[in-house]
Design a protein around this ligand. Sequence first.
Ligand code: SF4
Length: 474
Amino acid sequence: MELTRACVSDLIKGMLGPKKKVYIKTFGCQMNVADSEQMALLLANDYVPTDRVEEADLYLINTCAIRRKAEEKVRSLLGSLQVLKQRHPQMLLGVGGCVAQQEGERLLAAAPHLDLVFGTHGIYRLPEMVRQAARGRRVVDIELTRGFPAQPRRHWRPGAVKTLVTIMQGCDNFCTFCVVPYVRGREYSRLSGEIVAEVADFLAAGGKEVTLLGQNVNSYGRGLPEGVTFPELLRRIDALDGLARLRFATSHPRDLSPELTAAFGKLPSLCEHLHLPVQSGSDRILNAMNRGYTRKEYLQKVAELRRVCPGICLSTDIIVGFPGETEADFEQTLELVEEAGFDQAFSFKYSPRPQTRAAALPDRVPGEVQAERLTRLQNLLNELTLKAHQRLIGKIAEVLVDGISKRSREELCGRLRTNQVVNFSGPRDLLGRLVMVKLTEAHPHSLKGTRVEDPTLSSPLADDPQSPQRRVSC
Ligand code: SF4
């Protein structure tokens, strides 16, 4: 994902005189996207973002270590940048984020053309590191501080309708397959007042949709002296004027409390979508993963969510081929997938990550067995997603228009409250607006629709957060 395209250049343009240019390549999750935005803002005194690699004075790679494949992509990119660095020896090259945190000095040793390595907390010390690198010093900063390393800067461009707000980071769960607690540090939440003020400012600037971010977002508030729980934070944000849509990611099933489930039926802005990673359908494997819930508990939570919010769209993450996973374990995962009726899912082959407990487990599942299971799982998941899309055909639903369709430059695209992508024809002045769309075609990854012109259903009404029509959902 290219950060520079997304949101920072407009914000910074014109603030200061001529500057050097920074190109930021972002791998991984929304947390990394938010971190890249922080990097651009922190560097704004000296650099403006560019999306043209060849004009970069500073090239930063923000990395993801969650799976081996993601890490391999970073290493491959880093290798290929040797040629660019030879052509532009003045260009500084830095690697940040999770792989940098994990590898530190080893990255510098392996890549002589690399100038700086900064970890997940080192982001906030980036300007000084870049200054040192510009003086010819190769720098590494992978210190993990206690708590939030710094107050995140606010990062939306004028006219933005959606924003990401990091509310906590780190994780104390230590799932046995996951590197996050080692590369992001221990769990720490921001004070609720700071978060609410940040959202209020975004809404005052015309924003409509906010996504609250954290590695284990629904355990927000643990350890804070103020005693504000995650559902309470949602209530405070929902009460702000002008908020049309509120989302959050990523949730841990164990921390999905009855109070949080009830919020889906109560808070008008809270979108009818929840990403709730299950990882496996086998109790034996869930236990080996240290997930802290059983298959039955997970399915009970899903049933309660669907009772409270019948139209809710559920998405999940699943790992296949975890050490010791038998065919019977895997079949339990397939059964759980059908029973939970996921609308969307991300599925992966297990890959051992450094420092994690699972990396030392015996009974590795052979690669070809992992691949075969992943294919079977993905076939089932694709079928479920398509059926979920087909069930929406004929309905009229609210779309927040946020871009031009990837399928055709003539079409706009946006998302339903339930998170599915919708493409439809319409003038570009609808960008950033809430409109009503009749859903007409189901595709594997998106839907197609026609804008409903009926004035009682179209955008002015939909723009009103109090309008009952705003909540049309599947
Ligand atoms: S809860 Fe999520 S981030 Fe934390 S260790 Fe488990 S998988 Fe990793």
